[in-house]
Design a protein. Structure first.
Length: 329
């Protein structure tokens, strides 16, 4: 077996010092320590920097480095982290992610033993729950749904995840999850994260990893013995209207950039998924008898669709200025 690659861990964060502290503890406990940990901070406050300074003595010299982000969002922060990193392998972690103590060892060993592999992720535990009925409805409407040993991208641009089921083996993947994805360094000589996607950059992970999959099929994997917990922090979340608009406009963008390929079947799947979103949210509001003042989510969803279709020409030209210029710090 080849010697294990040096892993540069890149943590992009924004106003989440508490979650960041928990993540640093799990990195300190790794059986195979990181070559370096690079913190790219888009925060307006100095809380994350103070945490980094506090933890530096607990890492070896130069292993924990702080970089002030440009404030342009998660994809730009990831690109900046790659630029200043020095390792053989780049591991991207969300600031609200926790690792079991052998995750870095598992990634390094896997990549050393599989020279064809360009990227890998572990088995990710999510805090969300979903019923089998709801999962079946999402599957029928070409939306995100869950299936054991499956990590793929649908015709609609939505994903198939294995997260509510334990992985039984190493599996081929069409996409990797942004909260914990590991790539060989040389990949970034040809690809980078799309900086058209701002702030939390919804779909930035599927946009990047699916481009890797299309260019290098059969090189992405998920492995069952690298256990990761994604807490999905509510800190520093966007306002509801902005969040819903961003999710849907960026979904339109990712679909027409990566999935559409002038296929009528793909377009029909995408439109069906948009309809499914409306149907499922309306059904939840009715079944759970939500008061009228809580129907804002449906109104925002409809308006975001209309807004995206009104600017479809710009989206297809990969120009998101019409939306991004409205985002404020």
């Amino acid at each position: 077996m080849n010697s294990l690659p040096r892993i540069s861990v890149i943590v992009c964060t924004r106003e989440r010092p508490r979650e960041f502290v928990e993540l640093l503890h799990t990195l300190l406990n790794q059986t195979y320590p990181p070559f370096e940990v690079i913190v790219v901070d888009d925060s307006l406050s100095d809380a994350v920097k103070k945490v980094t300074d506090l933890f530096k003595p607990r890492f070896n010299d130069g292993e924990l480095r702080y970089v002030k982000g440009c404030g342009y969002g998660l994809p730009a922060a990831r690109n900046l982290g790659v630029k200043v990193s020095r390792g053989d392998v780049i591991l991207f972690l969300d600031d609200d992610t926790l690792l079991q103590n052998d995750v870095l060892q598992a990634f390094a060993t896997f990549l050393s033993a599989h020279p064809n592999a360009i990227g890998v992720q572990g088995q990710i535990r999510e805090s969300l729950t979903i019923s089998s009925i709801k999962n079946a409805i999402y599957k029928a409407f070409m939306l995100l749904y869950y299936k054991q040993n499956k990590l793929a991208v649908r015709r609609s641009g939505a994903s198939i995840y294995p997260y509510f089921y334990p992985l039984k083996a190493e599996i081929d993947a069409q996409r990797l999850a942004g909260c914990c994805m590991c790539y060989r360094r040389e990949l970034f000589d040809e690809l980078s994260f799309d900086t058209n996607l701002k702030r939390w950059g919804f779909t930035e992970d599927v946009d990047f990893s699916y481009r890797v999959y299309k260019k290098h099929p059969g090189t992405l994997y998920a492995i069952p013995y690298a256990m990761v917990t994604h807490k999905e922090s509510t800190e520093s979340r966007l306002p509801p209207r902005t969040r819903i608009y961003m999710k849907n406009i960026y979904w339109f963008y990712m679909f027409f950039k990566n999935i559409f390929e002038n296929s009528i079947l793909n377009l029909m799947a995408f439109l069906w998924a948009l309809t499914g979103n409306l149907v499922t949210i309306t059904g939840v509001l009715i079944v759970k008898r939500k008061p009228k003042h809580q129907w804002w989510e449906l109104a925002f969803l409809l308006n975001s669709y209309l807004y995206a279709f009104r600017h479809l020409g710009e989206i297809k030209k990969r120009n998101l200025d019409f939306f991004n210029k409205q985002l404020k710090e």
